[in-house]
Each structure stands twice: as structure tokens, then as C-alpha cells.
Design a protein around this ligand. Sequence first.
Ligand code: ZN
Length: 293
Amino acid sequence: MDNSCPQAEIVKPTGGGQATWWGWLLLVPFCAAFGLLAGWGAVQVAVVFSPLIVFPFLLGLLLGACLVATARMVEFAHRPTLAVAALVLSVSAVLTQHYLGYREACQKVEQESATILLAREKLGESVQARLPLKPAGFVDFMCQRAERGRVLSTAWGKWTAKGAAAWTTWGLDGLLVVGPCLGLVILGWRRPYCRECRSWYRTTQAGRLEPAMARRAAELVGLDLPDGAPAARFTLSGCAAGCGPLGFRVSWEGASGRTDPATVWLGDPKRTALADLLDEARRRAASDRSPAS
Ligand SMILES: [Zn+2]
């Protein structure tokens, strides 16, 4: 079907919103803190479920979905801020997982040292065990871990990645979190946004139009109606204050099935005329449903 509609008044809302001080000063630090929490949660879950590739990918999707939901909730759409927030969120979660591994290793060394010192106190120098060395810092810990190697459990058996190979697998793991998170946020910000009242577009009405009303709606918005006088399914979307153009998304339901939806953007006076037409369709449908008196 030809979705072009030269007669329709197309005033598609521009995407993206304005930068705000709180976007940078609150949302980005919030994402850093949420990343810490997510990293901690991921470490807890990884104890029982951590398949290669799948686990970091799912974590990235989850983080991206959380950020998209937050942006919708606070009506925030500034794309550069959201991109930075997504990067901060995902990198924070990745680094937290490694840092918790470092903290755990330090605690283990401290516990082993305390046990050996206690044994020496009781049994004297006959205790031969040497005190384990604590990593000098986080980077030192990661270098030591890479030297020891990372054991990867795959469907084809276990494989130990050492040195550069270990660093590469950690890098890929990180990308598998950052990529899906950023990708989902980019998909999310493509939703129309009204810069006037600073709100995301939301569905305000949805329903079905009988063939006669569908034909009138098609004429009104300037869409070509396919052959067979079909009925239509539609959704209306608008911004919170109703100041932006109205989105009318429609697909035709004929004998040959349902067409791909087409969207037209309407400003006044067509949006008012369409609202009147949809009201009339609703009243007709209601009177058709009510029992004859
Ligand atoms: Zn608006």
C-alpha cells in the first residue's frame, strides 16, 4: 500500500528534547549509582546463572530498559545526556562486578593470613605456610587474574583464557553489556517527543472503525483506501498537554488481511475534525451494541 499522502497535513514532531541542568547533575549520577547496584545484583545472580555471552547481553538489555523507563517517567528526552547516562550506567555495572571480585579476593587473603598467624601463635614457627600476598590494588588484581587465566565453560568443554586472551574476553563481556544498553536507549529515544510541553507521546485512544467510518477517516487525513472497503484499526497518540500534532496510526482490515500501519501527523483543523469523527464512530458503535428499546 502506498503510505504517502500528499493531502495530509504532515507535521511530525521533532525527536529529542532540550538539555536540562538536572539531566546532567541528577540523571547521570543516578545512573552511576544504579550501575553499582546492578553490578552487585549481577554478581549475586552470576553465582547460579551466568551463561557466556547470554548473561552480559541480558544485563545490558535490562539496564537499557530501566533507563528508557526512567526517561519516560521523568519526561526526559535529551539524546546526548541519555547516551552518556547509558554509557555511565553500563560501564559502572561492568566495573562494579570486577571490583567486587577484587574485594572478595582481598578478604580471602586477609582470612587466610589470619588463620596462618593464629596457627603460628599456637604452634610456633613449625607452621610452614607462607602468608599469601594481597594484591597491590584493583589493577594489580586484574593483571594477576589475567596471568592465572579465566576459565570459560562452554558447551564444548572448558577453556582457559590467559593474558591477552583473558583481557579480550573481559572486553567482549563489557561490550555485550554496553552495546545492548545503548542500543535500547537509542531505540527508545526515537519515540516522538513534544518540545513544547516536554512530554513523550503516549497512546490516547485506540479502536476499530467500521468500513463507512474508515472511509471517511481516510478521506479526511488524505490516505489511500485499499480496494474492498475495509474496516480499520487505529491508535491516536499525543503529548501530555495536547499542544503537539496528533499522531493517527491506522491499518486497514480487508479480505486479504491487515495492511502495514501508516501514520499521519495532524495539526488543526484536521485533528479537531478527526476527533469529531472518532466521537461519532464511538457513539454509533455504542448505540449498535445497546439493545433495541
Ligand atoms: Zn505538547
